[in-house]
Design a protein around this ligand. Structure first.
Ligand code: TYD
Ligand code: MG
Length: 458
């Protein structure tokens, strides 16, 4: 068999060249060439054969629509984000900061599967077999039958998976795996991409479910490439603050289930435990209301959750800072502009910091109103009333737009004993009833109106 040759492919134009250069000879882009393997002609057919098994072209209506069978992992919160369990031949990428609990969760899941007589394999490239064993003892999985392989070379991992035929294999982590075919170091874009592509092919061909663990860089992207996200069927991200015990696992992409579904866990002495009723864990416990704090109900997947937004507005230097943790910074700048323009609240010479408590990340615009009320509250040094919450999107024209499934959010807040809410008009109950199980609801259409209502309550 002819030896595979190294080629360099441009990420901009897709052209390739046999030699690495700083500039792509085809399109002139700088620093866009990454290493890859050009397979020998004999291999080429084989490569495509494994990707597309010969099957007849069929009319869509004639194809039987079968639900994919799923195997539950036995960890309810994980099954929820996966859409019910793992799927045969599926490839799952699970990302998160170091130390957040990826290895712990996957070891627990593999043990659960193994106990249900599903053959498993845990490939560790970061820890030795002894370290994995130590962790499993700590987790109380004493008689665990999970098979462990400490290996980082792709070809050996592939051979082991082919020989052992596990139903589920975890590769912890994809950044430690390297292929002999490439000269670049493990963890480089080229290596991660090539190794993930081979493992994906193996999963599809052999029916093994492969879980790839990926580290997240400081910038928050999966180290190496986002290309991995396109290759795999499911992308899960671990979120949360390593200093608090709560962890969220969020589905960013799922070919076999709903996206944006989340699983909530608490890190305990004995590993990660699912939190079945997470609605109130992201509230910090103030005995008396403090300025700069506003609670919102956010809807994560199918579950409403109450999250506290904190803001600190403090006099800044010549170029004041805008910082946000758990919220989008560009959106913060936009909300500050809207506050100034439409409600006359000026923070031009102030530093503005906002934070979503507990390390949650909130991407939905329904947080806008709570963020703006927290900022105003901090600026004026006046706390919002006790038992107060707000949600709603705020537009550039200062209008307050409805949030999806508002009634559900309000019911959750009422259940948890909140007493007063400011919400978009379209989300408030119809007619005169502005009261829901002890929760007084104020409906607003504009941001200045919301601030007016707050002034009346303070
Ligand atoms: P780990 O799963 O190693 O994180 P990752 O694989 O994402 O890097 O998580 C390790 C952290 O979790 C570490 O700080 C110790 C803590 N931990 C517990 O609190 N309880 C436990 O039972 C285990 C196994 C770990
Ligand atoms: Mg780990």
């Amino acid at each position: 068999m002819a030896k595979d040759k190294t080629v360099y492919t441009c990420t901009e134009c897709g052209g390739s060249t046999p030699k690495w250069q700083g500039k792509c000879p085809n399109c002139g882009a700088w620093n866009s060439l990454i290493e890859g393997v050009a397979e020998a002609a004999g291999n080429q057919r084989h490569r495509f054969a494994s990707l597309a098994p010969a099957s007849e072209v069929a009319v869509l209506a004639d194809i039987e629509a079968a639900e994919v069978p799923r195997t539950p992992t036995g960890i309810d919160e994980l099954d929820r984000v996966l859409g019910g369990g793992i799927v045969e031949g599926g490839v799952i990428l699970i990302g998160g900061d170091p130390g957040i609990g990826k290895s712990t969760l996957l070891l627990q899941a593999l043990d659960g599967l193994q106990r249900a007589s599903v053959p498993t394999l845990y490939v560790t490239g970061e820890e030795s077999g002894a370290q994995v064993a130590l962790r499993s003892r700590r987790l109380g999985l004493d008689a665990s039958q999970v098979k462990v392989l400490a290996e980082i070379q792709l070809e050996k991992i592939q051979a082991t998976i082919q020989a052992q035929q596990p139903a589920v294999a975890v590769i912890d982590s994809i950044q430690t795996v390297y292929s002999d075919q490439l000269t670049s170091a493990p963890g480089s874009v080229a290596q991660v991409r090539e190794c993930a592509a081979h493992l994906t092919r193996l999963a599809k061909a052999g029916g093994t479910t492969i879980v790839l663990v990926g580290h997240v860089t400081k910038e928050g992207a999966l180290a190496g490439p986002r290309v991995l996200e396109h290759m795999v069927d499911t992308v899960l991200y671990f979120e949360g603050d390593t200093h608090s015990s709560f962890r969220l696992v969020r589905a960013i992409k799922n070919r076999f289930g709903a996206v944006n579904e989340i699983g909530v866990f608490a890190m305990t002495e004995k590993g990660l435990k699912g939190v079945a009723n997470p609605s109130a864990i992201f509230l910090s416990q103030h005995s008396e209301p403090v300025p700069g704090s506003c609670v919102l109900v956010t809807l994560e997947g199918t579950r409403p959750m109450l999250v506290e937004i904190q803001a600190l507005v403090d006099s800044g230097g010549p170029s004041p800072r805008r910082l946000s943790v758990g919220l989008d910074r560009d959106r913060l700048a936009m909300l500050l502009a809207v506050l100034h323009r439409h409600a006359g609240v000026a923070c031009m010479d102030q530093d503005v910091f906002v934070n979503a408590v507990g390390g949650v990340r909130i991407s939905e615009p329904a947080a806008d109103l709570a963020v703006m009320l927290a900022i105003t509250s901090s600026l004026r040094g006046r706390a919002l009333p006790k038992g107060f919450l707000a949600f709603g999107e705020v537009g550039l024209a200062g209008e307050v737009r409805p949030a999806p499934r508002g009634q559900e959010r309000l019911r959750e807040a009422a259940k948890l004993g909140f007493s007063v809410a400011i919400v978009p008009k379209a989300n408030a109950p119809k007619g005169k009833a502005r009261e829901l199980e002890g929760l007084t609801i104020h409906a607003v259409e504009r941001i200045e109106e919301a601030l007016e209502v707050v002034r009346g309550l303070q």
